[in-house]
Design a protein around this ligand. Structure first.
Ligand SMILES: [Fe+2]
Length: 294
């Protein structure tokens, strides 16, 4: 028996199974349609294991990628429990040219206290921003992000067998990206991301930026850090904009205390995610990052 419920502050949906139905028996095309409309699906009551998460996600995935900052259990399956501090709102790889379409989370062991997963619907966030701020993002066109990858992290975006030529070829093909390769073969990349973004499905205006993490990675605003994120023309994202966005985010936070066996499928072009701090070394939440096949 399946029931579908809406979340409170976003378009996200909770899909419940009251009788521990096998998640692999869910109709793939229907899930795709629901995902396109909702952007966030939380599967409860299916008692999903890591292997089932892999098999389920595979039905929607054309290719997986790794996140260079994670501990890996196998090729692509990562753990998201490093550090126990709060993580502010962000999209996965959202400051890079390698943003996956979807983020998958599967909870094996929840923290005894805290560690709730947080979500924000970027479409609602954009709708709630003032006209003035929207115009600023539209008129500035691009935000500049800088990232550095050690040589061993190329697999992050190219796979384990990548050569220097593969990397160059790939990076040369991406618009808005400049890079420099150092003697130790580490790569510095500067990437210009459109400041006014659209969702993958429905082409809707969305606030799906990760720069707020620069200001709130401890879960609180860190004003000493303001002045770190710039538009393409060199001007700073104004402090008033950061305050306004933070105020909207605070109002629209979905707090999801994931339980063991629960799975989340996130549209990474629409939803931001984060987490509350926790103090429990047993917490285990696995994740996958993937490009979607629809
Ligand atoms: Fe993340």
């Amino acid at each position: 028996m399946i029931e579908i419920d809406s979340l409170e502050k976003s378009s996200g949906k909770i899909i419940y199974s009251s009788d521990r139905q096998d998640i692999l028996s869910l109709p793939v095309e229907k899930i795709k349609e629901l995902f396109k409309l909702s952007g966030l699906l939380i599967f409860k009551g299916f008692d999903v294991s890591c292997d089932q998460m892999k098999a389920f996600s595979k039905q929607f995935t054309s290719r997986y990628i790794r996140d260079s900052n994670r501990t890996f259990v196998d090729d692509f399956l990562g753990l998201v429990d490093q550090g126990m501090y709060a993580l502010g709102p962000h999209c996965e790889n959202g400051t890079t040219a390698f943003r996956p379409d979807a983020v998958w989370f599967c909870c094996a062991v929840p923290a005894k206290q805290g560690g709730e997963t947080l979500f924000w619907d970027g479409v609602r966030v954009w709708e709630e921003l003032s006209e003035e701020l929207k115009q600023l993002f539209i008129s500035k066109k691009k935000i500049i992000f800088s990232n550095w990858y050690p040589a061993e992290a190329w697999k992050h975006f190219l796979g384990t067998g990548a050569t220097l030529d593969d990397v160059k070829q790939k990076l040369n093909s991406i618009e808005g990206l400049t890079y420099a390769i150092a003697e130790d073969l580490s790569i510095s990349i500067e990437f210009a991301l459109p400041s006014a973004l659209k969702t993958k499905y429905g082409d809707r205006e969305v606030f799906a930026h990760s720069f707020m993490m620069e200001y709130s990675e401890t879960g609180e605003m860190d004003y000493f850090k303001t002045g770190t994120v710039k538009f393409e023309d060199g001007s700073l994202i104004p402090e008033t904009a950061v305050y306004e966005i933070q105020e909207v985010l605070d109002r629209l936070t979905e707090v999801i205390p994931l339980q063991a066996g629960e799975l989340v499928m996130v549209d990474n072009s629409r939803f931001l995610h984060g987490r509350r701090a926790f103090n429990d070394e047993r917490r285990q939440i696995f994740s996958l990052l993937s490009y979607l096949n629809f």
